[in-house]
Design a binder for this molecule. Sequence first.
Ligand code: GCB
Length: 558
Amino acid sequence: MVTGVRPRIPLDGFWGFRLDPGNAGESNGWFKGFESSDHIYVPASWNEQNPDWDGYSGVAWYLMDFYVPRELNGLTPWIIFEGSGYLSRVWVNGVFIGEHEGSFTLFKFKIPNLNYGGWNRVVVKIDNTLKPDNIPPGEGLNATYFDFYHYGGIQRPVWVEFTHGCFIDDLIIATRHDGYLKVQPVVNCSRPFKLELSLLDKSGGVVYSRVVEGAFEDYVKGLEPWSIEHPVLYTLEARLITNNDVEDTVTERIGFRTFEVKAGGFYLNGESIFLKGFGRHEDYPIFGRALPGPVLIRDYYNMRRINANSFRTSHYPYSNAHLDLADEFGVLVILEAPLVGLREHHFSNRDYLEKAKRVISEMIRQHRNRPSVVMYSVANEPNSITDEARVFLGELMNHVKSIDPTRPVIYTSFRHLDDKALGLGDAVALNIYFGWYSDTGDVETGVAKAVKLIEEVHSRYPDKPIIITEFGAEGVTGLHHDPPVAWSEEYQELFLRRYIEELSKKPYVRGLHIWNYADFRTPQNPRRVILNTKGLYTRDRRPKLATRTVAELFSKLK
Ligand code: GCB
C-alpha cells in the first residue's frame, strides 16, 4: 500500500476503555464520550491487558482526544485504522463517520467535522461477538471454527492523515526481474493533472523517471532484481501536479522479481525454489494479536538462522510492519485471507460469498505491491467435500485472478482425496497430521501414510507442484521422554525430521511449511494446554529441541 508523504497525527498510545456487555452504550450516547477509569494500550488486543478482559468477546468502547494544529485547516482529514474489530463503528466529535467489518484489513473514513487549533475526540465501538457468518466464523470464544484465540480490539496502528482535495489514492504496481514495470495510478481529482514518477535506489539516486497521466508499462534498465539472497528494494515516488503545484506525494517500496508456478515447481526469477518455512500466527503474551517491533525482528532472524525462506500468513493477512520486514529480509509470503473454518452453510450463502470477496479485495489492495507476497491462499481447510464448495472456492479464486492476475493462488486442504476442489489451485496445498491426530505415537506409520497420500495426489494432478502447508506435532517445552512419546520435545523432533526426510524425496513436493513457527494461544479445549504447542519456538520465542534438526534439514533442501 502506498504511503502518503502527508501531515499525520499518530493515535497509538493509551486510550480510555470501557466494556459494554449489555450493548447499551450506543443508546446512552457513549459515542460523544463516556465515563470510565479503565485504560488500554493501542495497538494490541484487549484480552491480556487486564485479566478481567481476558475471556471477553462482546462490545467494548475506546476513546482518545487529540489536538489538531490550526495550520492544517483547509486540508481533507482521514482517520485510518490498520486493523480493528471484529466490527468497528467510529465517531469523531460525536458524529458517526463509518463502520467496518473484519479485523485484519485497513480501512479509512473522511472526517467531516474536525476542529482545527483545538481538541477532537474519536470514539470507537468494537463488537467482537463471534458469529457463524463472521470472517472467520465461530459461535463463541471457546466454540470457534478455528484453532486460535479470538482476540479483540484495536490491534493495529491508528492515525489521522491529511490530503489536499486532489490526492493519489493508490498505485497498482507490477514488476518482473527483467526490469518490467507497470503502474496503474488511482487518482482522486476532478481537475486536469499529471504525475511525476521517480524510482529511487537505496541511496536516494534516481534510476528512472517519467511523467504520466495514467497507466503505463516500461522496462527499466540496469536494475538489481529482488531475491531471497539480495532483497533489493527501490522507492517509487509519485507527485501529483495540478496547475504546476504539487498537491500530493506518495511512495511505495518495490522490488523487481518474477514468481511462477509450473509443473516442475515454484520459480523465483526463473530459478526453481523450494519453499521451506512455516505457518505462523500473530500472537504474543500481553499484546495478543499484535507483534511488537522487537519480536518481529527476532522472528525474522530466527527464520534466517533456521534456513527458512518463506511463510504463510495463516490464517489472516498480517500487519504492514510484519510484511514490510518480509520485503526487507527477502522472505517469500503466501498471503492468506481470514477465511478459515468454512462449513457447508457458508458455501450455499451468497451474502457470505460477497463478504468473502470483499475481504479478499481489501487484503490484495493493501499488500499487492510487495515483492515478498508471491502467492495468495483464499482459505484454510474449508470443508470442501461437496460440489457447492468447489463452486464457492472457484469463485473466490477467479475473484483473486480478476484483481491480480500476476500471482498464483491456492487454498489449503485437509480433506485430501475427498476434497472436491483440490485441483482448482495453481499448486496443491495439503495440511497433514498423520502421526499426530491419527496414529498418535507412531511417527513411521504417520509418515508412510503421508507419503502414500502425496503419491496419490500427484497421480491425480501430475501438473501441479505440491506444498505441504502444515505438518507438525505438539512439543510441550521442557517435557522430555525417552523413548519419544507424543507431547514430548523428542517426539516433535522425530516427527518433523521424518516428515522432512521422507516428503522431500518426492520431486513434486516443492514446499514444506512446519506448523507452527511458535506456540500460540487457542480456545480452551481438552486437546490444548492453553496454547497450541506445535511451535518450533515457545510463545516467547525460546527454541525447542527440534530447531537444530530443522535448521540442518532445511539447509539441504533446494
Ligand atoms: C490445522 C489448522 C491449524 C491448527 C492445526 C492444529 O489443520 O489449519 O489452524 O492449529 O491444524 O494444530 O491442529
